[in-house]
Design a protein around this ligand. Structure first.
Ligand code: WQD
Length: 331
């Protein structure tokens, strides 16, 4: 089955491409390389030992996208392409609404034109706003306090309305918790442009000496050690979750949390990283980061029951794989 992976050169898209190919799917990638590199294509070909069909296009470009659907019999889509920085979305809301909404709408229009009715959407736990964990798919969404999160809520609503209006349209909306780690080869991983916003890439860069210290944002939360607690999930487990969602896709709209169901604090992750890799990660305790919540972790029972999927890799493996990628990634 031919699957179009938009944003397939990105962090989660590239790992999902590997999982899809390993499960026997044919993958076509569309990516404008705005937050990824063409070297990922070569690395994916090395990992999968096959040539990849790659279109360097903007998903919001209707003609370019129609050309892809004309050249290949696309039977399903996994849609990752989109901007994903919470802080940047607060600074540039129009940039985020334009890109994330118009690319999704363009893709949905082209899917309708070519009668493609299998759709998997990359969403985020951010949509839960300040709901209290363990977070379940039944919860009413609450304002996410940032444009990035709002674009995810709006795309979810569009997909739900379309699924309700079209008998054969099937969509899985996957809400990611905190993806970390990298493929065991160390060839693909999380390589953010500039200074990382996210914890794991910053920890990796401190261990490598790119930064002197990690700033830990807040040690006065109501958590076991005062630092923020998140549900970190290995990106390979997350990728496999996408294949499970595609394999089990049925008519209508289906929501799934993709996490481990376990919370890990910042200090626990730092200690795990040091222990797993025999390195030091010096840190300073700072004030809280605006917009952060104390705790976020998933109830993952629905994906287990309906998709037969659970995350298998623990925090040590996440830290080990992240470190291997950081050491190989010579930027
Ligand atoms: C994790 C914890 C920080 C950096 C964000 C997005 C979410 C998703 C994943 C897209 C928090 C602390 C962090 C640092 C720190 N992205 N931290 N020092 O904020 O949970 O989620 O990324 O889908 O939508 O909101 O991830 O890795 O930034 O932070 O102390 O230098 O680490 O306070 O407790 P977050 P994060």
């Amino acid at each position: 089955m031919n699957i179009l992976v938009t944003g397939g050169a990105g962090y989660i898209g590239s790992h999902t491409t590997v999982a899809l190919i390993e499960s026997g799917y044919n993958v076509i990638i569309a990516d404008n390389l705005s937050n990824s590199s063409i070297s990922t294509k070569k690395n994916l070909e090395t990992i999968t030992n096959q040539e990849l069909t790659f279109y360097n296009i903007d998903v919001a470009d209707n003609n370019a996208l129609e050309n892809v659907f004309s050249n290949h019999h696309i039977e399903g889509v996994i849609h990752f392409a989109g901007y994903k920085s919470v802080s940047e979305s607060v600074e540039k809301p129009l940039y985020y609404y334009n890109n994330n909404l118009i690319s999704t709408l363009t893709l949905l229009n082209v899917c309708e034109k070519f009668s493609v009715n299998k759709f998997v959407f990359s969403s985020s736990a951010t949509v839960y706003g300040d709901n209290k964990p363990p977070l379940t798919e039944k919860m009413l969404l609450s304002p996410t306090k940032n444009p990035y999160g709002e674009t995810k809520v709006m795309c979810e609503r569009m997909l739900s309305d379309i699924a309700k209006s079209k008998e054969h349209f099937s969509v899985a909306i996957l809400r990611y918790f905190n993806p970390v780690g990298a493929h065991e080869s160390g060839l693909i991983g999380e390589a953010p442009n500039g200074i990382p916003n996210n914890l794991m890439p910053f920890v990796s860069q401190v261990a490598k000496g790119k930064h002197k210290k990690l700033n830990i944002f807040g040690d006065d939360y109501q958590t076991l050690d005062g630092t923020g607690v998140r549900d970190y999930i290995h990106v390979v487990d997350l990728a496999i979750g996408h294949v499970a969602a595609l394999d089990n896709l049925t008519n209508g709209v289906h929501y799934y949390n993709l996490g481990t169901g376990r919370g890990t604090s910042v200090l626990e992750l730092v200690k795990a990283f040091e222990r797993a890799n025999d390195v030091e990660v010096p840190y300073d305790l700072m004030d809280r980061r605006p917009g952060d919540i104390a705790e976020c972790y998933a109830d993952v029972s629905k994906a287990e029951k309906e998709l037969g999927w659970t995350a298998k890799r623990d925090i040590i493996e996440m830290c080990r794989d992240a470190w291997r990628f950081e050491k190989k990634h010579h930027i």
